[in-house]
Design a protein around this ligand. Structure first.
Ligand code: FES
Length: 125
């Protein structure tokens, strides 16, 4: 029987900071548990898309992700939502650029102007 309490080391690039995540936790849940913010955090339910990451290495399972936030092309490039990603091995990830469609969106409640500027430039590192 598979042990879902198995922990894996998640490395966030650039910088190589690491945290531990159980197989029954999504990546943001593990970060929240240790009080770290290495990946942008929002709704924790797949609804806002701010936690987009690119998986550079390792294996994971995924809960359902909206195509609005992660397209099929994104998936082929290893992009996923950290709040929908359950590790199945040690992993290396990096923050992923925001989708182009976000550039035309006006800031919603809770987003500040500087965050909006980052989205419009497409730079998220
Ligand atoms: S935190 Fe909102 S989609 Fe992941």
């Amino acid at each position: 029987m598979e042990d879902k309490t198995t922990r894996h080391t998640i490395t966030v690039e650039p910088g190589g900071e690491e945290f531990q995540c159980r197989e029954d936790q999504h990546l943001l849940e593990a970060l929240k548990a240790v009080g770290r913010r290495l990946i942008p955090s929002g709704c924790h339910g797949g609804g806002c898309g701010v936690c987009r990451i690119r998986i550079i290495g390792g294996e994971a399972d995924f809960k359902v992700m909206s195509r609005r936030h992660v397209t099929e092309d994104d998936r082929r490039e290893g992009i996923a939502l950290a709040c929908r990603t359950l590790p199945r091995s040690d992993m290396r990830v990096e923050k992923a650029p925001r989708p182009p469609v976000w550039a035309s969106r006006t800031p919603s409640r809770g987003q500040n102007q500087s965050e909006s500027g980052i989205q419009q430039s497409g730079v998220n590192r």
